[in-house]
Design a protein. Structure first.
Length: 346
């Protein structure tokens, strides 16, 4: 039998575990002080286009004033026809954008985005503004970034090809009506586009060779673009929208110039004006000017002079064309862009 005690002397009781202190919720901030970065950025994006347009108008006020003054004496009915063709140009751009994507886009928002993109296109060169607005619109519609970027590349590739095909069609259909000898540039000038394309391709390959992190995204982009292009060309509706809209775009712009010229007394036919615009825009369309303003206008005045239009009248025609296609829809386009940003569609 063990002599050890069964129970020892009572020890101190364990200290009670303190109850957790209640965590007080932070006091709500006043309603007027809530300024999230997203909301602030959206408001800045809403006001930035208006500010840019105001600066541009202040710098180019003389052209705006002269064009408006000349249009005041023009035939208003022809100007209305020119404005109608201008509106059809935004519809044509929307059709081409839809044709570059297999997904169905909302028609109303698509046309509104292209109306806003037209305003941005006249602020940044090389169509960067229009592509930026369209990219944000496509991303807002749930299109993945790779496919949205591939659609922009397809859009940019199809439009010059379609314009060249339309130009060739004019040359084949009406060779006697068009004064080809004076409009065809010197042979040495024909090498400039080839040299520019070669330098661009060589520069791209050099960058991809030297900068390894860019190789994989570039290969993925090319693969996505080729896959989407093959898929789109198996859909007859997309093929018609893509190529038909791209072919109609330069013809609509030429129709605006013809209507403005007719309102000022230019007696050239529509075919002559259309061919003059196709030749001028094809010759200098690659110059990275905002909306093509400047190089295309100068080349267009020259081509009109070849057909016997006085330089002063040709200049007035191009100023009126820019007023109808740039200045008149510019403020509504900027307001439309601001509204789309406010609605989170951009």
């Amino acid at each position: 039998m063990s002599l050890l005690p069964l129970e020892g002397p009572p020890g101190p009781l364990p200290a009670p575990v303190p109850a957790p202190l209640p965590i007080s919720a932070p006091a709500p901030a006043p309603a007027g002080s809530r300024r999230s970065p997203t909301r602030l950025t959206r408001r800045l994006l809403t006001l930035l286009p208006v500010l840019l347009i105001g600066i541009w108008a202040a710098l180019d006020w003389r052209a705006l004033y002269d064009g408006t003054a000349r249009l005041a004496t023009a035939d208003p009915w022809w100007l209305l026809i020119g404005l109608f063709y201008t509106c059809l140009g935004w519809v044509s751009a929307s059709v081409v954008r839809q044709g570059a994507l297999p997904e169905r886009l909302p028609s109303g928002l698509l046309v509104a985005s292209q109306f806003a993109a037209g305003a941005a296109n006249h602020v940044l060169p090389a169509s960067l503004g229009a592509h930026a607005v369209t990219l944000r619109f496509l991303r807002g519609q749930g299109i993945p970034l790779g496919r949205a970027t591939a659609s922009l590349a397809l859009y940019s590739l199809v439009r010059p090809i379609a314009k060249t095909l339309v130009l060739i069609g004019f040359l084949v259909a009406m060779p006697g009506l068009l004064r080809l000898g004076e409009l065809v540039p010197d042979r040495r000038m024909l090498f400039l586009p080839l040299v520019a394309a070669g330098l661009g391709l060589a520069g791209t390959l050099l960058v991809l060779t030297l900068v390894r992190p860019l190789r994989r995204p570039a290969v993925t982009f090319v693969r996505t673009a080729l896959t989407d292009a093959r898929r789109l060309h198996t859909m007859p509706s997309r093929v018609l929208a893509l190529w038909g809209g791209a072919a109609a775009a330069p013809l609509l712009q030429a129709s605006v110039i013809h209507a403005v010229g007719a309102s000022l007394g230019v007696t050239l036919s529509w075919a002559q004006v259309a061919f003059a615009y196709l030749a001028a825009s094809s010759a200098v369309g690659s110059v990275p000017a905002p909306g093509g303003i400047g190089p295309v206008d100068a080349a267009m005045v020259f081509t009109l002079a070849v057909y016997g239009v006085p330089v002063s009248l040709g200049t007035a025609t191009l100023i009126g064309y820019r007023v109808l296609t740039v200045w008149l829809p510019l403020l509504p386009g900027v307001l439309c862009m601001s509204a789309l940003v406010h609605r989170k569609a951009l």
